[in-house]
Write a protein that binds this ligand. Sequence first.
Ligand SMILES: [Zn+2]
Length: 136
Amino acid sequence: MLATLRRDTPCELAIRSAVHRLGLRYRVDWPLPGTRRRADLSFIGAKVAVFVDGCFWHACPIHATWPKANAAWWRRKIFANVARDRDTDSRLRKAGWKLLRFWEHEHPERAARSVARVVRRRLHRVLASGSPTAAK
Ligand SMILES: [Zn+2]
């Protein structure tokens, strides 16, 4: 069981270092405004929050597994995680943030390139108009 591997998972570290290699800088585990949640990577100027979701803890459609011992407890726990993810998403969107979620099974370099594309696009908008969400 992955019981203690909730932070700094190998996948999260791989995505972080790939993003860093692409020349972007970010905060790690930065508390998001208006919530007690923390994104794995936060790009504050661009208002982009990146989450790397563990396949077990967040019920990946491909790799979710449902322990048989204490089954009801695990289902409640995992469903609560998923519900909290959706709530985080909606709070952040309302605050003008862009969310990117990746599964831990995704290719880190590919994930990093998506992050870089989105962050750079939003930074250009900040330079052009002062806001990452302003229309072009
Ligand atoms: Zn998965």
